[in-house]
Design a protein around this ligand. Structure first.
Ligand SMILES: Cc1cc2nc3c(=O)[nH]c(=O)nc-3n(C[C@H](O)[C@H](O)[C@H](O)COP(=O)(O)O)c2cc1C
Length: 175
């Protein structure tokens, strides 16, 4: 489900000890949400369960980030990243997310599990600028090539800096 909410420039912040937890099926449809998720995003449990996780997608987020997330998960690897999300009232909240494959006791992939916490201000400042550049690149090349183009831009930035994506993400996790 895509929402038609108008974004507003109001930030909701996670407390240092708060974690947003959700689970999805293999397609990203929400199957579990904790109370912090409902409280921060402003949705009831009934509004979240059975709905695509893009319900909290913020238009400032480049498509490339989500393509990279899904590519990582399809390789059954865990993903770390910073995500700007949108609340039901259009406010935004930043998270440092860890998304992992979720298996049943026979080892079958059931879906995915995500735990997010408050990101450092350094990460928010750095990634706001990087994501804005990625988004501009996506708008420049058009929808069809958007995700690949912005992933390429991110890759070239990492090469310039001489760091891996994982190293960048982890280095930004300290204020
Ligand atoms: C476990 C899990 C958690 C996710 N959490 C978020 C999230 O917090 N915010 C978000 O925008 N997308 C999240 N996604 C990705 C969405 O499923 C979706 O790919 C993304 O919002 C892009 O949506 P779009 O393709 O409709 O633009 C998550 C996916 C999984 C599997």
């Amino acid at each position: 489900m895509k929402n038609k909410i108008t974004p507003k420039n109001n930030e909701v912040r996670l407390a240092d000890d708060e974690f947003i937890v959700s689970k999805t099926d293999r397609k990203g449809v929400i199957t579990y949400t904790n109370r912090v998720f409902m409280h921060i995003a402003g949705y009831s449990e009934a509004e979240l369960l059975g709905v695509q996780h893009n319900i909290v997608r913020h238009p400032d987020m480049p498509r490339g980030v989500f393509k990279f997330l899904w590519q990582t998960l399809q390789q059954e690897k865990e993903f770390f990243g910073y995500v700007k999300n949108m609340c039901k009232d259009g406010s935004f909240y930043w998270v440092f997310a860890n998304v992992t494959p979720d298996y049943d006791d026979k080892g079958n992939l059931m879906g995915y599990y995500s735990v997010r916490r408050k990101p450092s201000q350094k990460a928010i400042d750095t990634l706001s600028a990087v994501y804005a550049e990625m988004l501009a690149e996506e708008q420049r090349v058009g929808t069809k090539n958007a995700a690949d183009a912005s992933i390429a831009l991110l890759q070239s930035k990492l090469e310039e800096l001489g760091v891996s994506y994982f190293d960048l993400v982890m280095s930004l996790d300290k204020d």
